[in-house]
Structure formats: structure tokens, C-alpha cells
Design a protein around this ligand. Structure first.
Ligand SMILES: [Zn+2]
Length: 368
């Protein structure tokens, strides 16, 4: 046990030193007289965050029949070009990156068909697609016990992907194009940073805001399935477990310093709103979840959210690019823009007073 904890601590350190090294490389030391001008030049006015929901690229457990035949290399081929140019490309990694090992004994009894063990070589698939930030705060990161957590975080670090959301790795800080980002992620699940502990959340988020220009917060919360598309404005429960009051969580997060709040967990998309000038996306649904996750009906609608913020983290504008998933064809562009229409309808229904305007093509803007 002690050994495992030590390894976890090491893998976190690896990630933070990786973040630091990119920060150091980026800031070439200016001469004193040049410092103000260089600093201004290095800070662009607009930053771009691309974000998606759940990612699970196949599972080698219990056997290889749940792995894609192309070793997952084509998973994001239809989406990759839309990630290009974004400063941050974010998703929720709904599973472990682990080559061998048995499930957590508690989980094995409960959910044998839903235990996600992706080969560690899939870490490169995520990297090659463009992901540089992933949440590991969810109910599947612990599918294969501590061994799965350690292997996942080590694999992400080896691929230069920042991550956070475990108790052992609650936050990450990294720099991109002269902007310092802080990231934290929460879920109601064991060993992750808890979604129901509002005091701890405030402490984590406000500390990140002191240290960073832009703070990105993710949560994995809310009930799951097609009947839970609406934000209920109360505590949600699912399978006898509390899954958070996501509206209250998101507002508390912004009050504490979050500049953008990205929800996932319900396996369907939910509404968006702005609060204090910050964007909250209550759920980005499934994005790329291979065959073990239902993609029927609204569960197959897969939004790619691109958000433009100023360097203080205030929302400027954005767009939703519509994809869909089928078990036969995987992830593909949805030229019918179904998920745009769905998020627009949900937003108008759940947040009729919001200043956020979503047009038919997916453009997101603020009404005056
Ligand atoms: Zn989940």
C-alpha cells in the first residue's frame, strides 16, 4: 500500500514537473528593460478551449472482443482538425489506461460488463488527437483499483497530457502561449476529489485562481441517461448514490474563481449558461466511447465545444460542432447538427433568463 501511494505521488510529481518545464521553456528570460513589452506580446488577447465529454476507446477486459480492430488509431479522425489551434483540448477519460490486472473486487461484483481497461498504447492516440488536458475524476478511474489509477496517470504524463481529479492529484498547473492555466476536477466517486465537499472545492479553486490566469473546472456529476437531460436544480441521486447538485456546484465554483466549468457524467448533453461572465456547460455527454456505452438516441449526440475567453477567463463567444456516434461507424460529423438543436432547446428551457444565445449553426454568443 505504502509503495502504491509513493508511486502515485511520483506520477503526480512527474506531471507537475512536466508542466513546470513547459512553463520554463516558454518564458525565455527577458532582459530587465525588455520585460514589460515581451510580457505584453506573449499574452494573446483571446484563448481557445476545445472541450468534449466522455472518452473511452475500448476495453481489453474481460477479453479483446471489446477493442477496436485499428488499435483505436482512427477514434478521433473526424474530430481532430477541429482541435487544431486550440490552446487547451479537454475531455473526461472514462476508464483506465492499463495493460493487465484484475478489477477492483468490489466493482467486479457490481458491474462486470462495465469495467474499462484501455491498453496503455492508447495514450498516444489521445496525444496524437490533440488532447492536452483530461479529467480522471469519474466512476471508472478506479475500475482496476490503485494499479489502474497509477498506470493511467503515468501513461498520461508520459504522453505529455495534463490531468487532475484524484485525491492524490487534485490539481494541475500548466502554461500555454503565455497563459498560466489551473485545472481541477471533481466527482462523487471514491478516491477522486469529492463533488459533495463544497468547502474543499472552494479551497482548491480559490488557491488555483491565486496562482493562475485561467482556472478550468470539470465535474462528473448528475444522474445518467436519456431521462436526465434537464438540470434539476437540486441534489441528484442515481443507483442509490448522491451525484451532486450540479447547478449549485457550478455557481460555487465560479464564486471561488473558476473561469469555465465543464460538466460530464450524465451520458447526455445538458444546457449551458453564463454566470458572472463565465461559461458553464452542464454536460457534454458522450464523445468517443466505443462499444460498451449506449449511444442510442440522445446518448449518441456528441458535441465538441469550442470556447473563446479573454485572458482574464471571461467568456467571449464559442461554437458547438456537432458529431454523432454509432456502434457501427464510431464518431462522425453530424451535418444535421442535432446536438446543437438539443443543447439550444435545453438551454432555453432550463435557463430562460440566460444571456447566452445559441444559433442553429452552433454559434454561441452573448446577448447585450
Ligand atoms: Zn461516469
Amino acid at each position: 500500500m505504502g509503495f502504491i501511494v509513493m508511486m502515485l505521488a511520483q506520477s503526480c510529481e512527474q506531471a507537475s514537473s512536466m508542466a513546470n518545464s513547459s512553463a520554463v521553456n516558454h518564458k525565455s528570460k527577458p532582459k530587465k528593460s525588455d520585460a514589460p513589452r515581451l510580457k505584453r506580446d506573449s499574452l494573446r488577447d483571446t484563448i481557445c478551449i476545445a472541450a468534449v465529454g466522455d472518452i473511452m476507446l475500448g476495453s481489453s477486459y474481460p477479453d479483446s472482443s471489446k477493442l477496436p480492430s485499428d488499435s483505436a488509431k482512427g477514434s478521433f479522425k473526424s474530430a481532430q482538425k477541429y482541435f487544431e489551434g486550440a490552446d487547451v483540448v479537454f475531455g473526461n477519460l472514462e476508464g483506465t489506461l492499463l495493460d493487465s490486472g484484475m478489477p477492483d473486487s468490489h466493482k467486479k461484483k457490481l458491474e462486470t460488463g462495465y469495467l474499462f481497461r484501455m491498453p496503455t498504447q492508447y495514450g498516444k492516440v489521445l496525444k496524437d488527437a490533440g488532447f492536452n488536458l483530461l479529467s480522471v475524476a469519474n466512476n471508472h478511474i478506479t475500475d482496476f483499483d490503485n494499479k489502474g489509477c497509477v498506470s493511467t496517470t503515468r501513461t498520461l504524463a508520459d504522453n505529455g497530457i495534463h490531468y487532475a481529479g484524484l485525491e492524490t492529484c487534485p490539481t494541475t498547473i500548466f502554461e500555454r502561449n503565455g497563459i498560466k492555466y489551473g485545472f481541477c476536477a471533481f466527482s462523487p466517486n471514491s478516491r477522486t476529489v469529492h463533488l459533495l465537499d463544497s468547502i474543499n472545492q472552494r479551497r482548491i479553486i480559490s488557491k488555483l485562481k491565486e496562482q493562475c490566469d485561467v482556472v478550468i473546472v470539470s465535474f462528473h456529476g448528475g444522474a445518467e441517461g436519456a431521462q436526465y437531460e434537464h438540470v434539476p436544480f437540486k441534489m441528484e441521486s442515481y443507483l442509490n448514490a448522491k451525484r451532486g447538485d450540479v447547478h449549485q456546484f457550478a455557481h460555487n465554483a465560479v464564486d471561488a474563481g473558476a473561469d469555465i466549468v465543464l460538466g460530464n457524467g450524465p451520458h447526455v448533453s445538458r444546457a449551458m449558461e453564463t454566470y458572472k461572465g463565465r461559461l458553464i456547460a452542464y454536460s457534454l455527454g458522450n464523445f468517443c466511447t466505443y462499444k460498451s456505452v449506449s449511444v442510442a438516441g440522445v446518448c449518441g449526440m456528441a458535441p465538441l465545444l469550442k470556447v473563446y475567453l479573454n485572458k482574464k477567463g471571461e467568456f467571449l463567444n464559442g461554437n458547438i460542432i456537432a458529431f454523432r456516434q454509432t456502434h457501427e461507424r464510431g464518431l462522425s460529423r453530424d451535418t444535421a447538427n442535432r446536438v446543437v438543436q438539443r443543447i439550444k432547446t435545453l438551454t432555453e428551457s432550463d435557463f430562460p433568463e440566460t444571456k447566452l444565445n445559441i444559433d442553429e449553426d452552433g454559434g454561441i454568443s452573448l446577448n447585450d
